[in-house]
Design a protein around this ligand. Structure first.
Ligand code: PAF
Length: 283
């Protein structure tokens, strides 16, 4: 695996790879876990070469968020990518990505409103901006993202449609199903922040979501089901719930009732760590 940290070297490396086949980009912020590695494996099924990026993007962190504390472990991550057969690692520093005088922001409205967009103002602008830059830098045939960040995926798809991005592959922005630990907790780089006790308690999140989905499918009204879900999280060791909402899977519009394309979205805090999860409302 080749690792590049400058745009000049990236362009050369991408041109070289392109001579022998298609490229799939997997953008990440590092601290790679099995969920990321699943993305790499799926990317390898879809394209000749996998290009991974690792960049902890300051523009998607709010002033009181965990930018400084966010785990950075490039050597360990590189070894994992190498073992997966990734061809190229793009690992720019902040000054390479946002040089002196950088002044452009990409803002996607609609799908960015609500959920994490409401709790983390500016977050999705930061995501859209860096993802558009990554697309322009790597010029991949396709890119893969985890469905744990479902709203992020919706924002990126909207941006790609709105700005006529021309990623050649038919399924150019590909969502990959959430990878879960055996107790059901969605894998996340932030799970590493949890104490052993909080990690054990955190499994109440997917369990409570499953129970809520079962109640919704049984025809129970949405508001009391969501209230019961919040109560279960607080009783199970979560300190607070940022949101527990039913939304349309594509438009991310808030739903008063299941419309057949509904998804349950939750963000909740445990031991100072904010966890998110989402599940389809289906049997
Ligand atoms: O999902 C992430 O890890 C990040 O939001 C992404 C897509 C790499 C952009 O920084």
């Amino acid at each position: 695996m080749q690792t590049v940290t400058t745009l000049k070297d990236l362009r050369q490396a991408v041109d070289d790879l392109r001579l022998t086949g298609s490229l799939a980009l997997v953008p990440t912020m590092g601290a790679l876990h099995e969920g990321h590695l699943t993305l790499m494996r799926e990317a390898a099924q879809k394209a000749r070469h996998v290009v991974a990026s690792i960049f902890v993007n300051p523009r998607q962190f709010g002033p009181n968020e965990d930018l400084d504390a966010y785990p950075r472990q490039l050597a360990e991550d590189s070894a994992k990518l190498e073992a997966e057969g990734v061809a190229l690692l793009w690992a720019p520093g902040v000054a390479e990505m946002y040089p002196q005088g950088y002044a452009t922001n990409v803002s996607v409205s609609g799908v960015s409103a609500g959920l994490c967009g409401a709790d983390r103002p500016g977050h999705f602008d930061g995501v859209a901006t860096v993802v558009l830059k990554l697309f322009n830098q790597v010029r991949p045939d396709m890119a893969l993202f985890g469905e744990k960040d479902w709203q992020q995926l919706a924002v990126i798809r909207r941006m790609a449609r709105d700005l006529d991005l021309t990623l050649p592959h038919v399924d150019a922005i590909h969502g990959v199903a959430i990878v879960r630990d055996p107790d059901g907790l969605a894998m996340s780089s932030r799970n590493a922040y949890l104490s052993p006790q909080d990690r054990a308690n955190a499994a109440v999140l997917p369990r409570a979501m499953d129970a809520a989905i079962a109640d919704l499918l049984a025809g129970e009204p949405v508001a009391p089901v969501l209230a019961a879900l919040e109560e279960a999280l607080l009783a199970g060791g979560f300190a607070s719930v940022d949101y527990a909402e039913l939304r349309d899977a594509d438009s991310i519009a808030l739903l008063p009732e299941d419309n057949g394309n509904a998804r349950l979205f939750v963000a909740a805090r445990i031991g100072g760590t904010r966890l998110i999860d989402n599940k389809a409302v289906s049997a």
